[in-house]
Design a binder for this molecule. Structure first.
Ligand code: 523
Length: 132
């Protein structure tokens, strides 16, 4: 699994794109870094680019990985990479909603338990990128 830490540019500079899960019930309503499964023959970066086209309808430039990985299950490991939108406006094709959040709002959401558990370990690194 690969998730995208999509940082805004222009109007959304200083913000991070979060997506609200619609399923499964255990995490529906919680917010995540959008992404999905890496398919056979794909690199993490290629998979993230494809998933962000499918889920958000945007073209992105995928960058470096964030630090660390999360073991989701025996078969699934989650990593995250930085990304920037280079074409298109994000639309929630697979999610309940999308929102751009600044550092203050990200901290509030993390403290309130509004993020999917697997993504919370990246909050310090995300905050560092949002507050430079
Ligand atoms: N996570 C997660 N954080 C995160 C993502 C993108 C996914 O914790 N940022 C977890 C949630 C699910 C598992 O990864 O337990 C699969 O995510 P999903 O459903 O977004 O992956 P898909 O869409 O590739 O899976 P299929 O619906 O099976 O195609």
């Amino acid at each position: 699994m690969v998730a995208g830490a999509v940082l805004g540019v222009g109007d959304t500079a200083g913000k991070l794109l979060l997506a609200q899960r619609d399923r499964p019930a255990a995490v529906a309503g919680l917010w995540e870094l959008p992404g999905g499964k890496v398919e056979a023959g794909e690199t993490d970066a290629q998979a993230l680019h494809r998933e962000l086209v499918e889920e958000l309808g945007v073209q992105t430039e995928v960058g470096e990985p964030l630090t660390g990985q999360v073991i989701l299950s025996a078969e699934l490991v989650l990593v995250a990479r930085w990304a920037r939108i280079v074409d298109g406006e994000p639309v929630a094709h697979d999610h309940r909603a999308l929102r751009w959040v600044d550092a203050t709002e990200l901290v509030r959401m993390a403290d309130a338990g509004e993020l999917v558990p697997a993504d919370t370990g990246w909050v310090p690194e995300l905050l560092a990128a949002l507050t430079v």
